[in-house]
Design a protein around this ligand. Structure first.
Ligand SMILES: [Zn+2]
Length: 314
């Protein structure tokens, strides 16, 4: 049984003519309905995060800025990051869903959870909303696991085609949260961070692992790099909980990432992450949607991912 966290409220983050559109969630939901997968999931319940809770990860100034721009009817938080009047409320809800998923999984309600949320989160740094992301949903979930559940070994896997620079920044000096990201890198690809020599600092040295992938890398080489790095990450942190920044923009048909993965590759990646969760973390996995911008490819890949989550026997 997989817990599914989603909400029509997430459609109210209206970004106009922007690739990170509410149609992404509509497309996913329609496909999951048609495949009769939603009724196989248990519906998760959540509350929006308070501003105080968001403040565990983000600066007061950043929170106030997002709130103020939304209150004035919307605008841009950075050149890529559009908000409308409802976006602040929706962002608190998206983060709340990811945090509630951690509570549910750590109290044994289900082995794994999928959070189909937006806006996405992994580019949001401790001080800046950027790259379509207001607040860092996965980082807030990891911080909650540390503070409320006293976990000291959390693994975040980020297979979105973009480097999760925000998540990296937040935990760069933290040995309790291992951040592993595989992403396209080089030739000016966004956001530009995530080189192999970025490995953490201070007490967190060795707890960040980046697997940068060049444009044109074969699927075979991508999988080899992913498996090698994931094993290293899992052996280092031996996670009590695995969190996944599940972006699907490394898909061949994605208009932004175009790294060349096929839909079935997301089954392989899902199984590898589930294996790590099973080996170390009693199967406990919380997956949170990040990017993915071809509406059909995104829905197909999410279906494939959810099928693997549902295949886990509790
Ligand atoms: Zn992305």
């Amino acid at each position: 049984m997989t817990l599914l966290f989603t909400d029509p409220l997430f459609l109210k983050h209206n970004t106009g003519k922007h690739v990170e559109t509410a149609d992404r969630l509509r497309s996913i939901t329609a496909r999951l309905e048609k495949a009769e997968l939603i009724k196989q999931c248990q519906a998760g319940t959540y509350k929006p995060l308070s501003e105080d809770a968001i403040g565990q990860v983000h600066s007061a100034r950043q929170i106030a800025s997002a709130k103020q721009v939304a209150a004035h009817g919307g605008g841009r938080l950075d050149p890529d990051t559009v908000v409308c009047a409802d976006s602040f409320e929706v962002a608190l809800a998206a983060a709340g869903a990811c945090v509630a998923a951690v509570d549910a999984i750590l109290t044994g309600k289900a082995p794994n959870a999928l959070c189909l949320v937006r806006p996405p989160g992994h580019h949001a740094t401790p001080t800046h909303s950027m790259g379509f992301c207001l607040f860092n949903n996965i980082a807030l979930a990891a911080m909650h696991a540390k503070k409320a559940h006293k976990l000291t070994r959390v693994l975040i896997v980020d297979w979105d085609v973009h480097h999760g620079n925000g998540t990296q920044d937040i935990f760069y000096e933290d040995p309790e949260v291992f951040f592993f990201s595989i992403h396209r890198h080089g030739m000016g690809f966004y956001p530009g961070t995530g080189a192999a020599d970025e490995t953490g600092q201070g007490k967190g040295a060795g707890y960040t692992l980046n697997a940068p992938i060049r444009f044109g890398t074969t699927r075979k080489d991508y999988h080899a790099a992913f498996t090698r790095a994931l094993e290293k990450a899992a052996d280092t942190i031996k996670p009590e909980l695995v969190l996944l920044s599940a972006g699907f923009d490394a898909h061949r048909r994605d208009p932004i990432g175009s790294l060349g993965l096929e839909t079935e590759d997301f089954a392989t990646l899902s199984r590898a992450v589930l294996d790590v969760a099973k080996t170390h973390a009693k199967g406990r996995l919380v997956s949170c949607l990040e990017g993915g911008y071809n509406l059909d490819a995104l829905a197909e890949a999410v279906q494939t991912h959810l099928e693997e989550l549902l295949a886990v026997r509790s």
